[in-house]
Design a protein around this ligand. Structure first.
Ligand SMILES: NC(=O)c1ccc[n+]([C@@H]2O[C@H](COP(=O)([O-])OP(=O)(O)OC[C@H]3O[C@@H](n4cnc5c(N)ncnc54)[C@H](OP(=O)(O)O)[C@@H]3O)[C@@H](O)[C@H]2O)c1
Length: 228
């Protein structure tokens, strides 16, 4: 689980530990990180290839295999496209797209050894909504969705699937907490199902893609909120 120091990622780790899983998480920084006998946290930037490789290789060395990867780490940026400096755009792409790519590439290499794996990425309803103020963020998630389709083709001969969950608005998460009330309400108005998601709702989608019976579902994005 990348990006597990807070927000959705942290909530998911706590839920997965409750289900009896062994979980590794990471983030660039963190205070009061989860402490559990079946959890290990690594401080790294997902855009750092060597650090990601070391973490994932360590999982396989210790546990013999890597079954499920949830690419949750991400950053947001609320700016009009016309006012977005290229450096800001690059920062968002680096975390949301390049970092997710590195985690996927290194994971697939290890999953190919066992010919099994499930990779689940978090996209956003902001892709189909193309919400104003999210030029870099929306573009990063749209590219991530496309990347999943291409990579899923490269894994076609193995029982490895790569999918995306397009989150709507998750309660008690960093990205929703950062939204002003009016912006949150405006976004909810665009949704058929505007209620805030719980971590349980997100976990349900993750578990669906991770389940053995989802072996023939790959390169897909499921959106919450009723957008398409
Ligand atoms: N919350 C929502 O309603 C919502 C809606 C749509 C999509 N999403 C997606 O869901 C995911 C989680 O959102 P959230 O609201 O839980 O975000 P959040 O509360 O801001 O948490 C983001 C997590 O990712 C980590 N992170 C960020 N950049 C990283 C990097 N380069 N390397 C490693 N770790 C990194 C952060 O820790 P550090 O900063 O210490 O690295 C933190 O643990 C994101 O991908 C987001 O785009 C969320």
């Amino acid at each position: 689980m990348t990006g597990s120091s807070r927000g959705v990622g942290r909530g998911l780790v706590e839920a997965l530990l409750g289900e009896g899983d062994y979980v590794y998480g990471c983030s660039r920084s963190g205070q009061q990180l989860i402490e559990h006998e079946r959890y290990r946290h690594v401080l790294l930037d997902v855009a750092n290839e060597a650090a990601v490789r070391t973490m994932l290789n360590g999982i396989v060395t210790t546990h013999g295999r890597l079954d499920v990867v949830v690419n949750n780490a991400g950053v947001s940026s609320s700016r009009l496209g016309l006012l977005t400096p290229a450096s800001d755009f690059m920062n968002v792409l680096e975390a949301n797209l390049v970092g997710a790519f590195i985690v996927m590439r290194e994971s697939i290499r290890l999953m190919k050894r066992t010919k099994f794996g499930r990779i689940i990425n978090f996209s956003s309803i902001n892709v189909p909504l193309a919400s104003i103020g999210g030029a870099s963020y929306n573009a990063s998630k749209a590219a991530l969705e496309n990347l999943c389709i291409t990579l899923s083709r490269e894994c076609a001969s193995d029982d490895i699937t790569i999918n995306c969950v397009g989150l709507s608005l998750v309660g008690e998460s960093g990205m929703v907490d950062a939204l002003p009330q009016e912006a949150l309400a405006a976004k909810q108005q665009q949704l058929i199902k505007p209620a805030l998601l719980s971590v349980r709702d997100v976990l349900h989608a993750v578990n669906f893609f991770a389940s053995p019976n989802a072996r023939n579902i790959t390169g897909q994005t499921i959106y919450f909120g009723g957008v398409s």
